[in-house]
Design a protein around this ligand. Structure first.
Ligand code: HEC
Ligand code: HEC
Ligand code: HEC
Ligand code: HEC
Ligand code: HEC
Ligand code: HEC
Ligand code: HEC
Length: 384
């Protein structure tokens, strides 16, 4: 009876076709000519010669070999200098024998540095000469450097303490200030005289934005690769580096990769230039100055972005490989590329100068000091 056959006629044909296809494929592989085999071997050799990184990432010295200009420029940026052990921080020695009187608690912090011992704080009023080591220094110092210490917690795990005092490097000197978020906090336990206990999840987040990688374990950060490197913005580079090396070794020109769209670029920056907590509230952001630190979220809501058909990205105004420019002329130039010509919308108040002062002013955020308003509002921001 037809119905009891294990395979229908059609299934049998399909099976035979599949087997024939596999056989043809096997034959092709066997017939791989010597040229292809050589190419295959070469690709394997190239792959093996790419210095190992972590997973799909590579050691960024490799990027520098082929892109020396971007690497040299990037090294000058805050991105490349935003985290290190406090003992390795080039300005740590300047803190030695300095002190800072806490304006709220009235006590005085004293700082000590020795190359082989690192950086430490003491609080003589409470703990005599007992040093509290400051282990990691976050921030390039252009705005602020904050210190983190890792100590054992009751469960044998790791707790992070964010030191109550931060510093700014000003010319030849050091300026002290209370770390944002630390004002009006009464110490609930002994260690909080030195700083705030961070939620472990928060420490992992600090590393997401200030390092390539690093794992918090045994009161330390294991395998720390600090700073915002090339691959944080460009994505893992192993495949690209391998392909380029292969092309190079065969003397072939490399194929240009498609350029990223503006929104793709902004997304890369917004991994960090959006506060992690607020990332999901993108659209619901309240229209007040608290959100000016969220440069990406703000820019995406500006008419300059929404009405310019994917032409406005962060790199329109900022060289991503250079320290931030503070001369306003360059920024005005960018504005005028879209607001200067006859058939564009220009300013009825000041058509050719001073745009940033009125449309992107530096305004106070709720706790992080001043930031420039990336919403690019029609009415100067201070008016709202
Ligand atoms: C063996 C040389 C070589 C190495 C190593 C290399 N690159 Fe490239 N890279 C090139 C060449 C050649 C081009 C130009 C091809 C093109 O126009 O896309 C290029 C293009 C680029 C571009 C521009 C094209 C694009 O996708 O936007 C970026 C960004 C880039 N590389 C980043 C990196 C990073 C990051 C690394 C390290 C992970 C790296 N490269 C390692 C040779 C290399
Ligand atoms: C992995 C996180 C991360 C990514 C991705 C990232 N940044 Fe940053 N950015 C930072 C950190 C951290 C700092 C602070 C550096 C310091 O300590 O001075 C910073 C600083 C800056 C500054 C300087 C601010 C100042 O006041 O000096 C600019 C400008 C900037 N980033 C622009 C960008 C742009 C544009 C992109 C995307 C092309 C981008 N960033 C991608 C983390 C990131
Ligand atoms: C979502 C990404 C992100 C996280 C998480 C993050 N930072 Fe940052 N951090 C940045 C960016 C971006 C900047 C610089 C740009 C800006 O301030 O507008 C910065 C700047 C800094 C600065 C320099 C001062 C300043 O305002 O520029 C310090 C110090 C700092 N961060 C410490 C920390 C510490 C400590 C943690 C963890 C408790 C942390 N950050 C978590 C992204 C992040
Ligand atoms: C803060 C983010 C960021 C970092 C860090 C960064 N880049 Fe870029 N890079 C960009 C952006 C944005 C562009 C321009 C738009 C694009 O092509 O995507 C770019 C463009 C490039 C290009 C294309 C040519 C050019 O200059 O426009 C190369 C090559 C490149 N980057 C290599 C590197 C290398 C190598 C490093 C590390 C030393 C690095 N980048 C670090 C964001 C970054
Ligand atoms: C239309 C021009 C423009 C665009 C686009 C733009 N910025 Fe800015 N940005 C500025 C100006 C102007 C300043 C102030 C520079 C100064 O004088 O210090 C600034 C300052 C900054 C700062 C320093 C902190 C602050 O807010 O004062 C960061 C960080 C930053 N921009 C990140 C970004 C990121 C990330 C993007 C993309 C999402 C972006 N910017 C897009 C013009 C622009
Ligand atoms: C890539 C092009 C581009 C750049 C660069 C650019 N804008 Fe715009 N901007 C636009 C477009 C398009 C509009 C919408 C014009 C309209 O109303 O049709 C706009 C709108 C505006 C508005 C009106 C906003 C509103 O909500 O009504 C202001 C103000 C403005 N831009 C100022 C600036 C300033 C200041 C700069 C430089 C810091 C700048 N723009 C850079 C494209 C751009
Ligand atoms: C002294 C403050 C001031 C300066 C400087 C200034 N603007 Fe304006 N701009 C305004 C005000 C106020 C308005 C709103 C006018 C209105 O709504 O009647 C405006 C409106 C605009 C608009 C919207 C025009 C429209 O018809 O929709 C654009 C675009 C703009 N400015 C761009 C710029 C650019 C580009 C620069 C720099 C070349 C600049 N502005 C410099 C105050 C200023």
């Amino acid at each position: 009876m037809r119905d009891q056959r294990i395979f229908s006629q059609r299934t049998k044909i399909a099976l035979w076709l599949a087997i024939a296809g596999l056989a043809a494929l096997a034959a092709m592989v066997l017939r791989l000519g010597p040229a292809e085999q050589r190419a295959l071997r070469q690709a394997e050799a190239v792959l093996a010669s790419v210095p190992p990184g972590f997973g799909l990432y590579v050691d960024e010295n490799l990027c520098a070999e082929c892109h020396p200009q971007q690497a040299a420029s990037h090294a000058q940026t805050g991105h490349a200098q935003t985290l290190r052990r406090a003992a390795d921080w080039s300005d740590a020695a300047r803190l030695d024998k300095t002190s800072f009187k806490d304006p709220q608690r009235g006590v005085t912090y004293h700082y000590h540095f020795a190359p082989n011992e690192g950086l430490a704080a003491t609080l003589p009023e409470r703990f005599g000469n007992d040093p509290f080591p400051l282990m990691y220094a976050f921030g390039s110092g252009r705005r602020r450097v904050s210190f983190l210490s890792l100590i054992p917690n009751r469960l044998g795990g790791t707790s992070a303490i964010e030191h109550r005092v931060s510093v700014r490097v000003e010319g030849n000197g050091i300026a002290f200030e209370l770390t944002p978020g630390h004002t009006d906090q009464a110490p609930a336990q002994q260690v909080e005289h030195f700083g705030r206990v961070l939620d472990p999840v928060l420490l992992v987040r600090c590393l997401d934005c200030h390092a390539m990688r690093g794992e918090v374990r045994d009161q330390d950060i294991q395998g720390l690769e600090p700073n915002v490197g090339c691959q944080k913005c460009h994505g893992p580079g192993r495949e690209h580096a391998t392909a380029m090396r292969e092309a190079q070794s065969r003397g072939r020109p490399s194929l240009p990769r498609p350029k990223r769209s503006a929104i793709e670029e902004i997304r890369a920056c917004s991994q960090c230039h959006v506060q992690a907590d607020a990332a999901n509230e993108f659209k619901a952001l309240p229209d007040h100055f608290r959100s000016v630190r969220l440069q990406a979220a703000e820019l995406l809501q500006s008419r300059c972005f929404t009405q310019s058909e994917d032409r406005l990205a962060c790199s329109t105004c900022h060289d991503p490989h250079a320290p931030i420019a503070s001369d306003t002329a360059g920024y005005v130039q960018r504005c005028l590329e879209c607001h200067g010509a006859a058939n564009t919308v220009s300013c009825p108040v000041s058509p050719a100068a001073d745009c940033v002062r009125c449309h992107m002013p530096a305004v106070e955020t709720d706790r992080e000091g001043k930031r420039h308003d990336h919403r690019i509002r029609r009415k100067p921001a201070t008016a709202r």
